[in-house]
Design a protein around this ligand. Sequence first.
Ligand code: UGA
Length: 434
Amino acid sequence: MRVAMIGTGYVGLVSGACFADFGHVVTCVDKDASKIERLKNGIMPIYEPGLDDLVASNVKEERLFFTTDAADAIKDADAVFIAVGTPSRRGDGHADLSYVYAAAEEIAGLMDGFTVVVTKSTVPVGTGDEVEEIIRKARPDGDFAVVSNPEFLREGAAIKDFKIPDRVVVGTDDERARQLMRELYRPLFLNETPILFTERRTSELIKYAANAFLAVKITFINEMADLCEKVGANVQEVSRGIGLDNRIGRKFLNAGPGYGGSCFPKDTLALTKTANDAGAPVRIVDTVVAVNAARKKAMAAKIIGAMGGDVKGKTIGVLGLAFKQNTDDMRDAPSLDILPALMAAGAKVRAFDPEAMTEAGHLLEGVEFASSPYAAIQGADAMVIITEWDQFRALDFDRVKAALNSNIVVDLRNIYSPEDMAARGFAYTSIGRP
Ligand code: UGA
């Protein structure tokens, strides 16, 4: 089967490489010529574990191609995926669909023979109808179907999530399109992945509902953590205690500094806009959006409190800047709220992140970047963990002690045990644990 993937962002590139690995012939198209050139040379535009090897092996097998020229890719394709960005529109938080519609126009002009146009970008309910109309207008007698096929990949675990997903959702009422999508995902039938066929609007909403539900879950446990701190309970044990109930489930119950990333903040906001416009507000998600924004801001005060209430002239060694581990993505990362607030309170910040420092350099003015965790905390008045990279779990605490100018450790990801840290002589503050 021949696939064209429009957009080589995180979703397009991972999906394209994985479809090629399934045995399909995939051409990834992007307007950014330098990105395509780098991809042709095996240089990945994002940090994603395993992606470079997957791309290299499929390029070698001549199943994966990169081009700036959409014409051939689309003309020959059985399926054309739209995997372009849908950022929050400045000013109102609605998803900006201009790239999706531009892709639809382009596909309309180039498709040849029966073509399934698949929207993988996260798009509000009804976008598929709009895409269909755009193509129909340009090609009144065109033979095509527009399908919704949302992605549920997590950054940092994207390849595994693509190849061993909990489910695949396909929204269409066109039988030929259904057959083609079944064929595309055929390797997943072997491990009995549920493939859920729905109506297109339902599929579009499933994506937002899934992300919003996970954001609610995280925000719920974050507020439980605040309560635990007030009443002397342990949020990790609360998570375990409720998560063992299968109706609740154990995943996504880790309290932290608030969710960030390219998806939850944007998608929760877009869902509330859609819901308000439709006259069916989702008040729980409205609240989650507000609580999470406030939480990210409150984390700086927590750090300052742990340092005695005044950080003027003090140095803070920060470990972790990315919005979570195993990514270099800084979008809506809690560090973007926390570090400027610490500096505004008079602190000097020295930070280390294994992958995100290049990106962070453009976003965090005034922060000094260090070449290792130990260099970040050398002579600092506190060590603060903001992202849960594995390498921070395995620090040499004798070196930490020797490097720090105090014994203060603030851990916003609960990666150490309070008992252990106390036994080592640290003044240790974490999230929702006595
Ligand atoms: C999320 C979803 O998990 C994916 O299923 C979805 O496909 C993706 O958005 C998307 O819409 O593209 P991602 O943003 O990569 O994936 O990251 P997550 O692992 O979901 O983490 C999101 C945020 O929640 C991070 O800031 C993370 O630190 C935080 N989080 C997650 C917690 O604070 N606690 C948890 O227990 C889990």
